[in-house]
Design a protein around this ligand. Structure first.
Ligand code: 1CP
Length: 342
């Protein structure tokens, strides 16, 4: 058994309490992040290894979480493939979303050296801290949603969905291209010391299960297999998958991150028994009071842990910008101090 609760639990050991980290724990919620953000743009913070490493480790120092996640974004992958992205006040926007087959060949020229700053960031993180670090990228379906739609302003990604049906062969081509690139990127992150890998599939729920299973899930399995061949645990976050969680077998991932819509106890029944669970506290709970947070932990999460060892505490989606720092800090301390987990 190693030194870290997070990696021990990922590797199947039983902990005295569940480990905890939060999606979007670095950006958004930390006063120290906000302070730094006044001086630098988000892009500068991602692209300068010194700054990115500092922000990555902020939640370890300021919150006391059991793992860090490298400070970057899932949309850096399409940028490294040649697409032009603008970070606006209303969120990310691609200058020219892919419209058809001609665009694909004209625009996309994957070049993983454009992500060298991420590897440098990891080197700095590893030099400074022994707390495990999670590497990540977006799943092909979710990344394609943004590449084809250009933005997430239209929540159902209508142009992306139409593209999947109209140009099925091109969709497969794009999925393959993203899969190969994601594998190359993940293996590089592993070379530079990540301890676990999470694949974000935030928009897994926008296509019917049959389409998900036919075109997008095989790509996830391929990425998972490449990562796990290097003995790095693989976490998959298919938000909105619903009853499709029955497709989550050990071939897909070691742990699956559950969204806030799905009760953990229900997920536990649907997901293959050998796959661990992560999640799924509603980010909005953290906007409430300390009393309410403790009530929910006692009512739902402590009993869940008493029945289920393979569990990592997280949110059911990213932390909200409006989260009071004292609430997320309180929850983290509470998790670590609670004596009645067992
Ligand atoms: O203006 C700012 O300060 C930029 C805000 C910001 C930050 C801090 C964005 C824009 N991305 C990030 C960082 C980020 N994104 C991390 C690093 C860790 C951390 O912040 O703690 C990670 C893991 C992501 C992942 C990500 N980016 C996802 C998957 C997870 C999720 O929340 O669903 C997605 C969908 C994105 C796209 C993205 N980047 C940024 C925004 C506002 C969005 C979402 C756009 C949308 O779909 O509405």
């Amino acid at each position: 058994m190693g030194m870290s609760l997070f990696t021990n639990v990922l590797n199947g050991y039983r902990g005295t309490r569940p480990p905890v980290w939060y999606m979007r724990q670095a950006g958004r919620v930390l006063p120290n992040y906000r302070k730094l953000r006044e001086r630098y743009t988000f892009e500068e913070m991602m692209n300068q290894p010194q700054l990115a490493a500092e922000v990555t480790l902020m939640p370890v120092y300021d919150l006391g979480v059991d793992a860090s996640i490298v400070f970057s974004d899932i949309l850096t992958v399409p940028v490294a493939m040649g697409m032009e992205l603008m970070w606006t006040d209303h969120g990310p926007q691609f200058k020219r979303p892919l419209m058809n087959e001609t665009d694909i060949h004209k625009v996309l020229h994957p070049d993983s050296s454009k992500l060298n700053h991420v590897y440098k960031t990891l080197d700095l993180i590893k030099k400074e801290s022994s707390v495990p670090t999670i590497g990540f990228c977006g799943a092909p379906l979710t990344t394609l949603c943004y590449m084809l739609q250009g933005t997430s302003a239209k929540h159902e990604f209508p142009d992306a969905k139409s593209f999947f049906y109209t140009y099925t062969e091109s969709t497969r081509y794009l999925v393959d291209m993203l899969t190969d690139f994601s594998i190359e990127y993940a293996l590089k992150q592993i070379e530079h010391g990540i301890d676990a890998f999470q694949l974000f599939d935030t928009h897994a729920g926008i296509v019917p299960q049959s389409l998900f299973e036919a075109i997008f899930l095989p790509a996830v399995k391929k990425i998972a297999s490449a990562v796990r061949q290097q003995h790095i645990p693989f976490i998959y976050f298919p938000k909105g998958l619903g009853t499709g969680l029955s497709l989550i077998t050990p071939e897909v991932c070691d742990f699956v991150s559950i969204d806030w819509q799905t009760p953990l106890s229900m997920a536990r029944k649907i997901v293959h028994a050998d796959v661990g669970l992560q999640g799924n506290i509603d980010p909005y709970l953290l906007l409430s009071s300390k009393e309410k947070i403790v009530d929910v932990m006692h009512a739902e999460y402590v009993p869940f842990f008493q029945e289920n060892d393979k569990w990592i505490i997280n949110l059911g989606h990213g932390a909200l910008a409006a989260t009071p720092f004292e609430n997320i800090k309180f929850l983290t301390d509470w998790i670590k101090d609670e004596q009645n987990w067992r």
